[in-house]
Write a protein that binds this ligand. Structure first.
Ligand code: KIV
Length: 272
């Protein structure tokens, strides 16, 4: 009898230990099938609340619910076996108090089996990060451009452009690192400030629209695959899937209309 050793998933502790080492690779996924494809290439998969915009066509991430995150988090856990899975806490599920955040995060971890949660905010969320980290919940922070705050930020605005904003980004990064976050996403921050943040904190920074000097990088999968109609400047398209899908669907539609699909190979015959 041969017994295969189970595949050990990457943990939040493994990611924390990668500070200053080989770059950490990450992508978003919201589905079992894309999670299965990306699993062996990435260190962690983020079930981002960007799913509201990417999957559901919402204008912002604000309407995303805890139930949506749990459903897709579960799908990604089913599809993957190697990468750490981090699930976003959606707007309204954690800001009110550390206790509310703990309840939401514990639900996400129990109901999906994921290895960590992510929450937006710096200085203002530090107490909550500490509360969760001290109670067994690995927390990834998210600073700089925090899309859940779009209504108070006045849009998707790049951060750190002047001295005051740069100091605020740096203070946010230091506050959540000190509070016990194991890593942080640095989004939409001017390059020198993102680099300074990376040098200033003892935990890995994961850049998106930030700096090549961050300890890792993340992109939204559909953006880098060329499936999203509009993408920000920081996205590099590594594929053109929208065109491939159009081609395939157009061939299928032509063949159905011409009755050339299904062919004899695609139908079940009666055996004599
Ligand atoms: O929700 C998301 O996909 C994110 C990434 C853009 C970092 O937070």
């Amino acid at each position: 009898m041969s017994v295969q050793a189970p595949v050990r998933r990457v943990t939040a502790i493994d990611i924390r230990a990668r500070k200053g080492g080989a770059p950490i690779v990450s992508l978003t996924s919201y589905h079992a099938h894309t999670a299965a494809i990306i699993d062996r290439f990435v260190d962690f998969i983020l079930v981002g609340d960007s799913l509201g915009m990417v999957m559901h066509g919402l204008e912002t991430t604000v309407p995303v619910t805890l139930e949506m995150m749990i459903l897709q988090g579960l799908a990604v856990m089913r599809g993957s076996s190697h990468a750490l899975v981090v699930v976003d806490l959606p707007f309204g599920s954690y800001e009110e108090s550390p206790a509310a955040a703990f309840r939401s995060a514990a639900r996400v971890m129990k109901e999906t089996g994921c290895g960590a949660v992510k929450m937006e905010g710096g200085v203002r969320m530090a107490e909550t990060v500490r509360f969760l980290a001290e109670r067994g919940i690995p927390v990834m922070g998210h600073i700089g451009l925090t899309p859940q705050s779009i209504n108070t930020m006045g849009g998707f605005k790049v951060q750190g452009k002047n001295d005051e904003s740069a100091a605020a980004v740096l203070a946010d990064a230091k506050a959540i690192a000190e509070a016990g976050a194991f890593a942080m996403v640095v989004e939409g921050v001017v390059e020198p400030v993102a680099r300074a943040v990376t040098q200033a904190v003892p935990i890995p920074t994961i850049g998106i629209g930030a700096s090549p000097d961050c300890d890792g990088q993340i992109l939204v999968l559909e953006d880098m695959l060329g499936l999203s109609p509009r993408v920000p400047k920081f996205v590099k398209r590594y594929g053109s899937l929208a065109g491939l899908i159009e081609e395939a669907v157009s061939s299928y539609a032509d063949e159905v209309r011409a009755r050339t699909f299904p062919t004899p190979e695609n139908v079940y015959k009666v055996k004599n």
